[in-house]
Write a protein that binds this ligand. Structure first.
Ligand code: ZN
Length: 242
């Protein structure tokens, strides 16, 4: 099977459409690692577009906050404003669908978690020590995570350490003979100083992972956010990728 692996769409329809177009028909099923909504201007549209495709989706911390499953006070002011706007905006259908998504699923030989296998909704795996600790919390060969909005791969060296490998774009790498925690990056709000949407293609027959980036119409997403009176910093950050 070939999977389109995406995460953190965050209601950015322009970015999501660009990813689907760029990935073309090179996949059979979508694996979405959560945070379909929050931050961006098109939550219902992104949910509808995801549901038009064969997919499996997790829920993330923003999805939970929108549903009232997480304290909104744990988010910063701007994220809170976007969550409130999303709560008032989304359809009952979107709310119902989000409500039945789990934050972690095992699909051999992968564990899929929004944030981390240790804390599926909330932990940020950004460094080798945190990654190393998390290798003990899943039994499959590999774990796919989102949440940090940073494309990253961590390979397990031994029970106490891991090594961070920065992604190479457009060139498939082999997942065989190693254990990995892999983050495809964020579709709708990249934070690695590259504003292009991030995604990956996973081929489970060949066991290869290909990291990709694609430019999208950022100005259109920003314009829609402005029209909804969303916080300035959330609009500005899309242009810079932070
Ligand atoms: Zn997110």
């Amino acid at each position: 099977m070939r999977y389109l692996v995406i995460s953190d769409i965050h209601a950015n329809l322009m970015a999501f459409q660009a990813v689907l177009q760029d990935a073309n028909a090179d996949w059979d099923r979508i694996w979405c690692l959560g945070d379909v909504v929050g931050y961006g201007p098109n939550p219902d549209e992104c949910m509808d577009l995801l549901r038009q495709h064969d997919h499996l989706s997790l829920s993330g911390n923003h999805d939970w906050a929108v549903l009232g499953k997480l304290e909104i006070e744990t988010f910063n002011g701007e994220a809170r404003a976007a969550i409130r706007w999303t709560q008032e905006t989304i359809s009952d259908e979107t709310r119902k669908y989000l409500g039945q998504l789990p934050p972690l699923i095992v699909e051999e030989p992968f564990t899929l978690a929004h944030a981390s296998p240790r804390q599926p909704v909330w932990e940020y795996i950004l460094d080798e020590a945190t990654a190393a600790a998390n290798f003990d919390f899943f039994d499959t060969a590999h774990c796919l995570v989102g949440h940090t909005h940073m494309p990253m791969l961590f390979t397990e060296l031994n029970s106490a350490s891991s090594r961070l490998v920065q992604p190479t774009y457009g060139k498939p790498i082999s997942l065989r003979d190693q254990r990995l925690i892999i983050n495809p990056g964020s579709v709708g709000q990249p934070r690695d100083s590259d504003p292009r949407a991030a995604y990956a293609l996973l081929d489970t027959d060949r066991m290869t992972w290909e990291q990709r980036r694609v430019a999208y119409n950022i100005k259109e997403t920003q314009e829609r956010m402005r029209n909804h009176g969303m916080p300035f910093r959330l609009i500005a950050r899309l242009g810079m990728g932070w």
